[in-house]
Design a protein around this ligand. Structure first.
Ligand code: SF4
Length: 184
């Protein structure tokens, strides 16, 4: 019996993992999660999202998850976005996908991907382009899927399971915009 191809799936949060994890498993991949989200603000929110994934990983079909708590480093993201905050999402995606590709190569995975490709609120084409740039060929190829097609199902399932669903994207700036929208 041939072994399943292995995918390292970067997970931004548990609700966004519902559909991608199942879709990849249904396609016959062995899926490992990677929780690496260095700029979630504040740290208490980072821990809440991490713990939500820890609680639900098995039910989402993730046999294992790598938690990179030592990679929680908002300063690195702050340095990258300083004076170009309008492009902050690009650098946020870049950090997360770079780390995912690196770990996938080091760990001998066949592919890497990200639940960022599930969100209708993210810049989908930018994420896909970054992933393709990080595809070095050979091992750890970038696995592109348009997971947005499972958006509604993922939302419904995460609500039914009672998974913690945050109400802002993640960084300090996104929280401020949520609580104190421009033009207030
Ligand atoms: S808004 Fe979301 S994707 Fe953009 S930088 Fe902030 S956390 Fe990252």
């Amino acid at each position: 019996m041939s072994e399943k191809p292995r995918v390292l799936l970067h997970v931004c949060c548990a609700p966004c993992a519902v559909h991608p994890a199942r879709a990849l498993a249904d396609e016959g991949y062995a899926v490992t999660g990677l929780f690496y989200n260095p700029n979630i603000h504040p740290a208490a929110e980072y821990l809440r999202r991490r713990d939500a994934l820890r609680s639900f990983a098995a039910r989402l079909g993730l046999a294992s998850v790598i938690f990179k708590d030592r990679g929680y480093e908002p300063r690195e993201w702050m340095r990258r976005v300083a004076f170009r905050e309008e492009n902050r999402c690009f650098f946020c995606y870049q950090m997360r996908l770079e780390k995912t590709a690196f770990i996938a190569r080091a760990g001998g995975y066949d592919f890497f991907s990200s639940t960022l490709l599930y969100s209708r609120r993210q810049k989908h084409e930018t994420i896909a382009a970054l992933g393709r740039d990080l595809d070095g060929g050979g091992k750890a190829r970038f696995l592109y899927r348009d997971f947005r097609e499972g958006w509604s199902e993922g939302v419904e399932t995460s609500k039914r399971l009672g998974i913690y669903r945050q109400d802002y994207c993640g960084c300090l700036l996104s929280e401020a915009e949520r609580r104190l929208p421009p033009g207030r």
